[in-house]
Write a protein that binds this ligand. Structure first.
Ligand code: BT5
Length: 241
């Protein structure tokens, strides 16, 4: 694939027609000296990863999978990278499909029409974050009913979608503190989890029911129920009111 538009954003991006998982491949390349900000893209994953040992469907010609190697960072900032990536993808897709309303579901989903069009997985390796982003271009067999794809909204292009995401990521990663602050504002304005009644699983396996009232500057979700908790990661279900 030529990826003319995408290479205007990241000239030396690595494209693989097929790989087990772009996150795993980047992890292997990190071990053999891949520099920070290496971008690896695939047209197919044969063993795409979701969070918590789940899998991610990414079939050839129907999906876009990319991973970016971020520089060293503290673990508490690492979880923020998932949310910053979500804002970048939200901005990119909203720009490409101006008539569609995309929403961010804390911490790692982009939804459109209430269904998941993109999932994000950040893994921490040797103090570096490998930021993985999967976007559904076409409907794929094997995805759940909760999935949707950009083809529902109009014509899709691997290169145009990738270029838009890389442009937004570049702006976020290589700009100053105020840009990160404005990304948090953007996130809060476009996150459907905020002000929703939610059920969430806590790290100890217990659950909390409550109102999601805030996202802190470090990206924690504040849930007020019988007690108030600040959630760093985990699964959140939105409850119908
Ligand atoms: C995610 O996990 O949403 C993270 C997905 C990250 C994928 C990218 S692709 C590039 C990089 N390389 C990788 O190997 N992974 C990353 P989670 O929130 O746990 O959601 C996983 C769940 O979403 C699955 O258990 C399915 O129910 C559902 N699912 C699987 N494939 C899907 C798809 N293509 N679209 C929508 N939902 C899907």
């Amino acid at each position: 694939m030529e990826l003319v538009e995408s290479r205007k954003q990241v000239p030396d991006l690595i494209f693989l027609p097929s790989v087990d998982s772009t996150n795993l491949e980047l992890e292997r390349r990190l071990q053999t000296g891949a520099p920070d900000y290496t971008v690896l893209v695939a047209a197919e994953q044969t063993a795409g990863l979701g969070r918590l040992g789940r899998s991610w469907v990414s079939q050839p010609g129907a999906s876009l999978s990319l991973s970016v190697l971020l520089g060293p960072m503290a673990p508490e900032v690492a979880s923020l990278s998932t949310l910053l990536a979500a804002t970048a993808v939200h901005r990119a897709l909203s720009g490409n499909y101006p008539n569609a309303k995309f929403e961010i579901k804390w911490p790692n989903d982009i939804l459109v029409g209430g269904k998941k069009v993109c999932g994000i997985l950040a893994t921490l390796k040797s103090e570096r974050v490998i930021l993985g982003i999967g976007v559904n271009l076409q409907t794929q067999a094997g995805t759940p009913d909760t999935a949707t794809s950009l083809s529902e909204l109009g014509p899709t292009s691997f290169d145009v979608t990738l270029a838009a995401i890389l442009r937004e990521l570049n702006q976020l990663l290589f700009t100053s503190e105020p840009a990160a602050r404005s990304a948090m504002e953007y996130l809060r304005a476009n996150c459907i989890t905020l002000d929703s009644q939610v059920r969430a699983q806590l790290p100890d396996g217990s659950e909390i029911l409550g109102l999601a009232t805030a996202i802190t500057d470090l990206g924690l979700l504040v849930i007020e129920g019988n007690e108030t908790v600040e959630l760093a990661a985990g699964d959140v279900w939105h409850l119908r009111n």
